[in-house]
Design a protein around this ligand. Sequence first.
Ligand code: E4P
Length: 218
Amino acid sequence: MKFFIDTANIDQIREAQELGVLDGVTTNPSLMAKEGITGRNNILKHYVDICNIVEGDVSAEVIGTTFDQMVREGEELADLHEQIVVKVPMIRDGVKALRYFSEKGIRTNCTLVFSAGQALVAAKAGASYVSPFIGRLDDISTDGLNLIAEIREIYDNYEFETEILAASIRHTMHIIACAKLGADVMTGPLSSIEGLLKHPLTDIGLEKFLEDYRKGNS
Ligand code: E4P
């Protein structure tokens, strides 16, 4: 399973990269705004800065909602850096744009996916990644994890190469559940990844080992 961090915060991206288990970054317009990154040039520069920190894929989202706007923006984003993956919303013109980018060899991440039908269309349009938002489904009392299971089954049935990128991860147990269900990638906050490291018995065990060492070596 690949680990992506879902943020535009440079410090957190650097921290995750230094941990040594990071495979990429996802951003979205809300995450960019949260960091105060505004204005086209600043936004483009920020994507390049992120690419220079991590080794893997960096999803950069288009703002346009028509086919022409998405193609223009997506080509500009893809030209920024070879690690850029163009993030395209699951709307009618977005599907056309996915097909266009796929034929041009530009990698894509189809975002805002909330149903198996949407994921099926994204794969048929040639998306490199599909992003089902499991946390937001959970928020409305719908089983987000079940969507991951449905997409896995459908993609396996037809051997689609589109990778399932479990998005809107809210906590560590989401990651474990998505891994069990066969999601190819997870994207979540740094805290959800760091949560994987923690166990109270590890802390208690280490404290005892060090205490015993100190006793024998004082
Ligand atoms: C995916 O790429 C999105 O950026 C993200 O996972 C959305 O998560 P949220 O529901 O926590 O905003």
